[in-house]
Design a protein around this ligand. Structure first.
Ligand code: ATP
Ligand code: MN
Ligand code: MN
Length: 301
């Protein structure tokens, strides 16, 4: 008797009740990914994506006619996304109040896809505790011409410097060019303190190695260097969410990895929307769903 070993089935996609119109529309023409495929991707990864994305204000990159046509970045909405996409009023710097979007289930993710969303970006705090970030992000933006090796080395360097301050961090492949070094925080300090820490930390690294790093946005100063973009750490700033697709050629996705894995990875666009099963298996077998870091607060610095 021949015993055929069947691989364990991937966790089932969360059921969604959202109807996708024009499901055959090509959203990523160069890789034949349709709107229906994208909806299926998000429904499939919802169980591993929602722990990161649920209940925080999100901004969306919407490309209703596909990534090759006009795309726009959307922060607010008054209700056109339907009942699965919730709103939270947030006071802006200028005193006005805007409705930001948030989701808490697969229906919410898929409802955004129905509205032409490709990318999900999120705040660093959640709707229940808006003023207290639960993570710090250093977005490493290499100058054109620097290879991924240089970006990886830089990420490791940040990891080690953060560790010297007692902070545990994790790499997130952006799905684009760079890596985000993410530090989970217990929501205690408010935005100004977190922003100030991020600013001082990034500047200290750039001062120590000015040929390698820059901590200011100026493109001119970036020549041959890596910009440590600490500006993701201010109230209202967003960063790409784990497992979000990117509106770039090949339909790549942002993916959290371990430091050990990062050493063997050769591109920030390692996975794409056809890799849902693999992403789910990795996440569940290595407990990468959520950072799983116990209480962590900003040190004196
Ligand atoms: P890469 O690795 O290629 O740099 P990334 O996601 O880090 O990918 P960046 O351009 O470095 O891309 O980061 C831009 C960040 O700024 C995004 O993560 C996004 O959340 C935020 N953002 C703010 N406003 C916009 C906007 N109008 N359009 C796109 N992104 C915006
Ligand atoms: Mn970046
Ligand atoms: Mn950036």
């Amino acid at each position: 008797e021949v015993v055929v070993e069947t691989p364990a089935p991937a966790p089932a996609a969360l059921a969604t009740s959202v109807k996708i119109s024009s499901a055959d529309r090509l959203i990523f023409p160069e890789s034949s990914v349709t709107k229906g495929d994208l909806a299926d991707y998000y429904a499939a990864v919802a169980p591993i994506m929602l722990p990161w994305v649920a209940r925080r204000p999100i901004s969306l990159v919407r490309c209703p006619q596909g990534r090759a046509r006009k795309c726009f970045f959307q922060k607010h909405d008054a209700g056109s996304f339907g009942a699965h996409v919730h709103q939270v009023p947030i006071k802006e710097k200028d005193g006005s109040t805007e409705n930001y979007l948030w989701v808490d289930d697969a229906d919410g993710l898929v409802a955004c896809v129905q509205m032409g969303t490709i990318e999900f970006h999120g705040w660093g705090s959640s709707v229940g505790d808006l003023e207290k970030p639960d993570r710090l992000i250093f977005d490493l933006d290499p100058d054109e011409g620097l290879d991924f090796e240089a970006t990886k080395k830089a990420a490791e360097h940040l990891k080690n410097q953060l560790a010297e301050l007692g902070l545990t961090s994790f790499p997130l492949l952006s799905g684009g060019k760079g890596v985000h070094v993410v530090v989970p925080l217990t929501p205690k300090a408010e935005w100004p303190a977190v922003k100030s820490f991020a600013d001082r930390f990034a500047r200290a690294l750039a001062q120590a190695e000015p040929d390698r790093f820059v901590a200011t946005m100026s493109k001119a100063k970036r020549k041959g260097r890596i910009f440590i973009d600490w500006l993701r750490n201010q109230r209202g700033a967003t960063a790409i969410m784990p497992y979000a697709a990117r509106a770039r050629a090949g339909a790549p996705v942002a993916a959290p990895v371990s430091w050990t894995e990062l050493r063997r990875i050769e591109t920030a666009a390692q996975w794409n929307v056809s890799a849902a099963d693999e992403l789910i298996k990795r996440a569940s077998s290595r407990a990468l769903t959520g950072w799983g870091v116990a209480d962590q607060v900003l040190p004196d610095f």
